[in-house]
Design a protein around this ligand. Structure first.
Ligand code: ADP
Ligand code: MG
Length: 362
């Protein structure tokens, strides 16, 4: 794999580290805990560098170690189809045929692109699946990241019309109407892949597992800490790269996806340019969000929503999650000045760490 490919994979898939803390530490420190019947105290665990990040699966069901093999295979297969500049990349093929012709893609990639377009429409472009023109200019997270000229940005802004992504449900083709349009699914791909991995594990008979795609966490079933016990999931401190947590929530069969400004940025003359872009200006979004975590049933939604509500900022982002998402979807925002905001569904279950310097907002 050449450097460029590795770089693009990284751009697509790196996300801020969020720690799925716990199940093990918890069970060891809690005096009353017992391991649930059929589950292991210590999971079968595997880690692979895939999707440009460290991906980890922990399976707690006794005898189900082999389930991880097809799960990792699927992860790699989907990653290859979605990333850019790889022989097997279907997204690449769509981009190369912008302004030329529709491209037939595999059913799962069609559904992913379709979902990404729906999010673009629903958010009026705050989330924009054809953000590629902008992300390829800045290349935040790569060695060759730079601040583009205003002229370049103005030019790239003309390639962001998501309404010009034509989808044909019958033939499962995708057509970008204008030359220069570039699909970039970095804001949604890992979530989609996490869901696929969960499906594979379930089909293999796994009932209790943690999937961690570089911080995109999905907890399957109950924790091993006893009968019907939820998992305890830590929320990372956005100002501490060492991975300390500011608090935690308890969930069963849920996914927690986090996006933050702290992980990847370009620093120039004391200004930090991070990796989530304002699709109106072509510059990184400037607002009060240090990080946002979305808790939801499907990781694809969690991933898309982190980017979407990040773009909206804390106040509008909270309102969006309360009003425009199904029951069971919640958010935790951490502001740049250390305040924590949570939506109504997790007011009682989110627990701020006692050692934390952060405080709950009013
Ligand atoms: P992370 O990479 O930290 O997981 P996200 O899930 O929010 O964070 O994805 C960020 C990635 O999404 C960027 O690296 C880029 O590829 C893409 N992106 C940036 N801005 C937007 C946007 N406004 N709409 C859609 N995708 C975006
Ligand atoms: Mg996202």
């Amino acid at each position: 794999m050449n450097k460029k490919v590795v770089g693009i994979l990284t751009l697509l898939f790196m996300i801020p580290l969020m720690v799925a803390c716990g199940s093990q530490q918890e069970s060891q420190t809690s005096e009353t805990s017992t391991t649930a019947p059929g589950l292991r105290k210590e999971p079968y665990a595997q880690e692979q560098f895939l999707l440009g990040t460290y991906t980890r699966i922990r399976v707690y069901d006794e005898g189900k170690e082999a389930a991880m093999t097809p799960a990792f295979e699927r992860m790699k297969e989907l990653g290859d189809k979605i990333t850019i500049n790889e022989p097997d990349s279907e997204i690449d093929e769509i981009n190369e045929n912008a302004g030329i012709q529709p491209v037939k893609v595999s059913p799962e990639i069609y559904q992913l692109v379709k979902r990404a377009k729906e999010y673009s429409v629903e958010s009026e472009g705050a989330f924009n699946l054809v953000i590629g023109g902008i992300t390829q200019l800045w290349r935040i997270g790569f060695d060759d990241a730079r601040k583009p000229s205003d002229e370049e940005i103005q030019q790239a802004l003309t390639t962001l019309d998501y309404q010009k992504v034509q989808l044909d449900d019958e033939y499962e083709t995708v057509y970008l109407e204008e030359k220069g349009m570039i699909i970039d699914l970095g804001a949604i791909a890992k979530g989609y892949i996490a869901d696929e991995v969960a499906t594979i594990l379930r089909n293999e008979g796994v009932t209790s597992a943690i999937i961690d795609l570089g911080g995109n966490i999905l907890v399957l079933g109950h924790s091993n800490r006893g009968v019907d016990q939820p998992w305890k999931i830590g929320i990372q401190d956005p100002n501490d790269a060492r991975g300390s947590i500011i608090g935690s929530i308890e969930e069963t069969d849920k996914t927690v996806v986090t996006s933050g400004v702290y992980e990847r940025y370009l620093e120039l003359d004391g200004v930090k340019y991070h990796h989530i872009f304002d699709t109106q200006t072509g510059y990184p979004i400037e607002n009060d969000v240090a990080s946002v975590s979305i808790i939801t049933d499907h990781s694809i939604d969690g991933d898309a929503l982190t980017t979407l509500v990040f773009a909206k900022g804390i106040e509008k982002g909270l309102a969006f999650v309360e009003e425009n998402t199904p029951e069971g979807t919640d958010a935790i925002f951490i502001s740049r000045d250390g305040e924590v905001y949570v939506t109504s569904g997790i007011k009682d279950t989110f627990e701020l760490s006692t050692e934390s310097d952060y405080r709950m907002a009013e």
